[in-house]
Design a protein around this ligand. Sequence first.
Ligand SMILES: [Zn+2]
Length: 177
Amino acid sequence: MRPGTRLLLFFLTLLTGCQRTEPAATTYAVPADVEPYIQSFRDELKKRNNPLAIDNLIVTFGTSQQSEDVCGTCLAQAGQTPRITINPDDFCWAKASTNERECLVFHELGHCLLGRAHQSSRFSNHAYTSLMNPDDVAVYATCRYPIGDDVCDKRSRRAYYIDELFDSTTPAPAWSK
Ligand SMILES: [Zn+2]
């Protein structure tokens, strides 16, 4: 073993040693406006006997360039508290309905806490198969501006989309045909 190699190994050991002993920081900071949606996510976890605790999460209002999502961002890095940034503008939040807000928060929690990636597929009726689609998260809300023959009040689809959020193998619902 050359001295250079030995030195490199020493530093590698030092680095991995540091990572192992450093405790993961736990922080919970969620704005009061967002907390009710985190609570309903907890309720959905409980219904499914999912033991995931939401005690390490930072949610802030602001804009971020780090994501293709317009209204929200999830930044989840190993050993760090997951961070969700929500765009507070009229379109994304200020004038959004309760259902639209829940769709957005649940989509970002899908990224940050459930490790879900984007899913763009559609059913034969053109509805998205998942709340994790990157284009329109308001999959179980009432539309603001009815367009053509599209179903406007989609609130009855909530049960399916939340089932699918927690289990991507959830079968297609009757309304998707
Ligand atoms: Zn997304």
